[in-house]
Design a protein around this ligand. Structure first.
Ligand code: F6P
Length: 342
């Protein structure tokens, strides 16, 4: 078979490990030809690909980013997009596509599956908000980077008697904020799933400082929102998939906390640092297992499926199950985190 592969959406550590695994087993053991489309769906629309030989994937396991490049292009929002995708696949004699992406990229894969394209999905996002899989690769690396940063912020917060607000990625779900906040011993964690009341946060911080604490750490997901009409937030531009570009809540919080409590506050936004660099050991293993399962599914003709982690097993589930709804932070997990607030 001639199998196409692409990486779409925001990058994350572990993408290259998936690519390597697909090629090592697909070419090395199954004897298929693998071609990689450049920059997500944009490369398929524009017909830009590179052949992925065994040599091309040498040394990729620890490398961050994606050698294929990525984009947030949505063929269904591009002039004549779906037809151009089908034309490229026919021209390149591609029998099947392995699509590595989050809800948007896999959402396109699902639509193309309905149009007769043979697809296998691999779930990717540092946000860990895809349903159907317990974890996506990249998430644990992002959590570790954020936790290391929170540890470092603790010491400088302590030296200066400051409130440190740390903003982490997490557009619709606060998995990174919850995990890194718990691991880093945050005094407050704010996530999109639980709209916050700024007055309540300031009361908690004041109470904590009255009991003798000299500094505090607040971890916020970029998508955290105040309860309606309690605090103004900024709006920004929207991408091809209808998502607002976020970032800014951390600074708003720091300003508001300083104004209301009188404690000096500073903000650190970890942003894309969480998506950069080498995957940790856990993500390398999951990414490798996902890649192998994906190429095995394609080899077996098991299309319309997404690979997923269930417990400790890697399984195949319908793509629809992965993209139909967002996996938000489990209420019981957040209750556990909240025991340590204030
Ligand atoms: O891929 C998801 C994500 O990491 C979100 O957490 C974040 O809001 C977004 O990507 C940022 O995207 P971009 O790289 O386009 O700025």
């Amino acid at each position: 078979m001639r199998i196409g592969m692409l990486t779409g959406g925001g990058d994350c550590p572990g993408l290259n490990a998936v690519i390597r695994a697909v090629v090592r087993k697909g070419v090395g053991q199954h004897g298929h030809t693998i071609v990689g489309y450049r920059h997500g769906w944009r490369g398929v629309i524009e017909g830009e690909f590179m052949e992925l030989s065994l040599d091309a994937v040498r040394g990729l396991l620890p490398r961050g980013g994606t050698i294929l490049g990525t984009s947030r292009t949505n063929p269904y929002k591009t002039d004549d997009g779906p037809r151009r995708v089908l034309a490229t696949l026919a021209r390149d004699r591609v029998d099947a596509l392995i699509v590595i992406g989050g809800e948007d990229t896999l959402g396109v894969a699902l639509k193309l599956d309905g149009d007769g394209v043979r697809v296998v999905g691999v779930p990717k996002t540092i946000d860990n908000d895809l349903s159907g899989t317990d974890f996506t690769f990249g998430f644990h690396t992002a959590v570790q980077i954020a936790t290391d940063a929170i540890d470092r912020l603790h010491t400088t917060a302590e030296s200066h008697d400051r409130v440190m607000v740390v903003e982490v990625m997490g557009r619709h779900a606060g998995w990174i904020a919850t995990y890194s906040g718990m691991a880093g011993g945050a005094d407050i964690i704010l996530i999109p799933e639980e709209p916050f009341d700024i007055e309540e946060i300031c009361d908690r911080l004041t109470h904590r400082h009255q009991r003798g604490a000299k500094f505090s750490i607040v971890v916020t997901a970029e998508g955290a929102m105040p309860k309606e009409a309690t605090m103004e937030v900024q709006t920004s531009e929207i991408d091809d998939f209808g998502h607002v570009r976020l970032g800014g809540i951390g600074q708003r919080l720091a300003d508001e906390i300083e104004r209301r409590t009188g404690y000096e506050a500073r903000m650190t936004s970890l942003g894309h640092v969480l998506r950069g660099g080498t995957p940790n050991a856990y993500d390398r293993v999951i990414a490798t297992r996902f890649g192998i399962e994906a190429i095995d599914a394609a080899h077996a003709g098991d299309f319309g499926k997404m690979v997923a982690l269930r417990g400790t097993d890697v399984v195949r589930i319908p793509i629809e199950e992965g993209v139909s709804q967002l996996k938000t932070v489990d209420g019981r997990l957040f209750e556990t985190a909240a025991v340590f607030f204030g």
